[in-house]
Design a protein around this ligand. Structure first.
Ligand code: BGC
Length: 415
């Protein structure tokens, strides 16, 4: 009740301030600011405009959404939450626990969301039996993106094991090119670590360490080996990696300045936006040693409660997001795959088709795991503590043994 009162006071303050979003508008906070992301966002904007719903844009740059979540907290604290917010996994559940999210059960019931949204997503989209967010897509983090011409020129086949990958990196380095395009930001280091840890220890290890937060797994020799592999990766990035945005790293692969990037499939949006075609200009493959696994994250739009009922425009946004035609049109551009199981892969390119098939197979064989780096393995407090350790190690502040100890401690303190 107290929270609801806070929201009402906030709404009153917002109106009084004269900066109010028009009733028929949605104000959307998101971090889709790269070229590929903006192109995908346009698909959603145009869809809503077609229904007479205006769009108030609230972009907060910063891949992975860390900065967006900081801005969101400030907006809510000042009593002025946006109508709809791009959000990942545990952040949705945290806000739902605080009683801040609108109930979308009426739309969900009318449109049969329970039957078509995969269970792995429902685990984050529903709270106490209520739908509190609208799933837009499924991304996954254990991908590698490669410049085909560079690989062809150097006679490099798609690597399928860690050792083959290291051999390929050495070959690129020997040819005087940058093997790995990377942006030294905590969330990007963690994105790479998702795949490296999965490849090093396999799915049981990944689950024990990042989802169950098992101290033995966190403190294991396998974890030390994963950090050792991160050091190998560190030795194959260029000197200017520090602070680089992920899409600029993707551009290095697009332009042939680097051979590979390890990044979620939002990277594909950049290749497409640059007019590139899978299998002709670029290759997409699972990080060597994770061919059977998928570490996923799903973008969802959580609706902040503006009163006891879900707003008309919020309901329309949710309905638009879940419609099968939007799910196809948006995800074709974004690089992700649909958040519904009943959407055809016909409109998708080779990487999209592979993404859809991999997801289905992984979900069916118990090989689908929430991404640690993108908020689907554990809550933000633990995720951020893990980020700190992974980044400190990547930048040479910790050796692998120290990183393992620090990881165990970070989880103990924040659990
Ligand atoms: C989001 C993607 C986004 C990427 C980079 C991820 O956390 O799920 O939609 O493109 O961050 O900004």
């Amino acid at each position: 009740m107290r929270k609801f009162t806070t929201m009402m006071t906030a709404a009153a303050a917002l109106l009084a301030a004269g900066t109010a979003v028009k009733a028929e508008d949605v104000e959307v906070l998101h971090w889709w600011t790269s070229g590929g992301e903006a192109a995908a966002l346009n698909v959603l904007k145009e869809d809503l405009e077609g229904q007479g719903i205006g769009w108030q844009d609230m972009p907060v740059a910063g891949g992975g959404g860390t900065q967006a979540m900081t801005v969101l907290r400030a907006r809510v604290t000042s009593g002025n939450p946006p109508t709809a917010v791009q959000m990942l996994g545990f952040d949705i559940l945290d806000w739902a626990n605080e009683g801040a999210l609108a109930d979308l059960n009426i739309q969900a019931g009318l449109e049969g969301w329970d039957d078509v949204v995969p269970e792995a997503l429902q685990a984050f989209a529903k709270h106490d039996g209520k739908w509190v967010s609208a799933p837009v897509n499924v991304h996954s983090t254990n991908w590698v993106w490669a410049n085909k011409a560079v690989l062809d020129e150097l006679g490099i086949a798609v690597p399928t094991t860690w050792d083959e990958f290291v051999a390929a990196l050495e070959k690129v380095k020997a040819a005087g090119k940058t093997p790995i395009a990377h942006g030294g930001q905590a969330w990007q280091d963690a994105t790479v670590f998702d795949a490296v840890a999965m490849s090093t220890g396999g799915p049981d290890f990944y689950k024990a360490a990042f989802i169950d937060l098992d101290e033995d797994a966190l403190g294991s020799d396998t974890m030390k080996e994963a950090f050792d592999r991160m050091a190998v990766i560190r030795s194959h990035v260029d000197d200017n990696f520090s602070g680089r945005d992920w899409n600029l790293a993707t551009a290095m692969v697009i332009n042939g300045d680097a051979a590979f990037q390890m990044m979620g499939d939002w990277a594909k949006g950049e290749f497409l936006n640059a007019g590139k075609t899978p299998d002709q200009d670029f290759l997409c493959f699972r990080f060597p040693g994770t061919q059977d696994q998928v570490t996923f994250n799903a973008d969802q739009f959580a609706m902040f409660a503006q009163g006891p009922e879900v707003g008309k425009e919020q309901a329309a946004l949710a309905t638009a997001i879940l419609s099968p035609s939007f799910q196809s049109a948006f995800n074709v551009v974004k690089g992700s795959v649909p958040a519904r199981t009943d959407v055809s892969d016909e409109a998708f390119d080779a990487c999209g088709k592979k993404g859809m098939a991999d997801l289905k197979k992984a979900a069916g064989s118990g090989n689908l795991y929430g991404s640690m780096a993108h908020g689907h393995a554990n809550p933000a407090s633990i995720k951020n503590a893990m980020y700190d350790v992974i980044t400190a190690h990547f930048n040479g502040e910790y050796d692998s043994a120290t990183a393992v100890d620090e990881l165990v401690t970070a989880v103990q303190i924040n659990k």
